[in-house]
Design a protein around this ligand. Structure first.
Ligand SMILES: [Zn+2]
Ligand SMILES: [Zn+2]
Length: 360
């Protein structure tokens, strides 16, 4: 976690400068397909917490599943309506729970989605994203999301955003970190070949990181405009899913599945070379089937990626040093437009990612 000391300029916010208005607008999911913008109390930071004025938030497939009531966590009892979504966000700290944390006031931040307990072996080993007691911001019960004007983040899960990273990039740190971990799982390196299945935000951000790592990237997706975007990001080859049968079998050093298609993991296994790697980050509604004998007989390593948490800091560093994720942004909408967007989840621009300005 990064910290900075604040300069004593006259216009910098004072610690614990509470918002003048004690209520705010927030997206509330009251039940399946019943999303509304409500006026709610501005949360107040307790000890170990920061209050953030949200500048931009993102919405993704998980938010769509939460809004529809189809997300797997409902069936497992991990989340319940009403709930307040929003796990991709950036903003400025306006108040802190203690005087020492007041150093954060005025800092631009992003936050981890996975709030581990901090004491279990997973947390102590740097794997708090798989902590059994974790809360997931805006997803599980226990921590409100950030599709609202203000949100609270635990101080230990806040990451400082340098001025060189614009808000439109900072809000893409969470999905970018997921993509970066998937690319690392694929062990992309100069000259290696990576096939990415999926042209959504994660697929395109994975293309960005893999190209940056020097890999020769192929993207296979559904939409020609997204594939054109993949080409502009640096993918060497692009093709639509209906022509995927042209892809050479058993030839890619690594294949990354970033789709929600239950048939895709088996395709990935079919396309990776012997001794290669398959990185799985997509989630289908139905279970996907792969024949594990194919893994054994081809000596293939398959890796699942749940979260971007361990790569948030590296993603911020990559953006700060000039890697630009903003081409994936399709549009920026108002909070009041989110319910309709969650029902359809298609941005109006060529980029797949919809951002939300809660102050519009
Ligand atoms: Zn997300
Ligand atoms: Zn833990």
């Amino acid at each position: 976690m990064l910290r900075v000391s604040m300069s004593d300029t006259d216009d910098s916010p004072t610690p614990n400068s509470r918002p003048a208005n004690e209520t705010m607008r927030a997206l509330v999911l009251h039940g399946p397909r019943d999303a509304r913008v409500d006026r709610v109390a501005v949360p107040q930071p307790a000890l170990g917490e920061l209050l953030v004025r949200i500048e931009l938030a993102g919405i993704c497939g998980t938010d769509g599943e939460l809004a529809a009531g189809t997300m797997a966590y409902f069936a497992r009892g991990l989340t319940h309506f009403p709930l307040r979504p929003g796990h991709e966000w950036t903003g400025t700290v306006v108040a802190a729970g203690s005087a020492s944390e007041g150093l954060w006031v005025g800092c631009r931040v992003v936050g981890d989605t996975m709030l581990g307990c901090g004491t279990c072996p997973a947390c102590r080993g740097g794997r708090h994203h798989v902590c059994r007691q974790r809360r997931e911001v805006g997803i599980t019960d226990g921590w409100l999301g950030a599709l609202s004007e203000y949100a609270v983040v635990p101080t230990r899960f806040a990451h400082y955003v340098p001025d060189s990273v614009a808000a439109e990039a900072a809000v893409l740190v969470e999905p970018g970190a997921n993509a970066l971990r998937a690319v690392r799982a694929a062990e992309s390196r100069p000259g290696s070949t990576l096939l990415i299945l999926g042209d959504g935000t994660i697929g395109l951000l994975a293309a960005l990181f893999a190209v940056d790592a020097g890999a020769e990237v192929t993207v296979c997706g559904l939409r020609p405009d997204r594939l054109a975007l993949a080409g502009r990001i640096g993918a060497r080859h692009t093709l639509t899913t209906d022509t995927a049968s042209q892809l050479p079998r058993s030839s890619y050093d690594a294949v990354l599945d970033a789709t929600d298609d239950s048939a895709s993991p088996a395709s990935a296994l079919d396309l990776v070379r012997p001794g290669g790697r398959v990185a799985l980050i997509g989630l289908a509604e139905r279970s996907s089937t792969i024949d594990t004998r194919d893994l054994v007989l081809s000596d293939v390593a398959a890796v699942g990626i749940l979260s971007g948490s361990p790569a948030l800091a590296d993603t911020l560093r990559a953006y700060a040093s000039g890697l630009d994720p903003t081409p994936v942004v399709g549009d920026i909408i108002a909070l009041t437009d989110v319910p309709v967007r969650l029902a359809g989840l298609t941005s109006s621009g060529p980029g797949p990612k919809t951002l939300v300005d809660p102050w519009r």
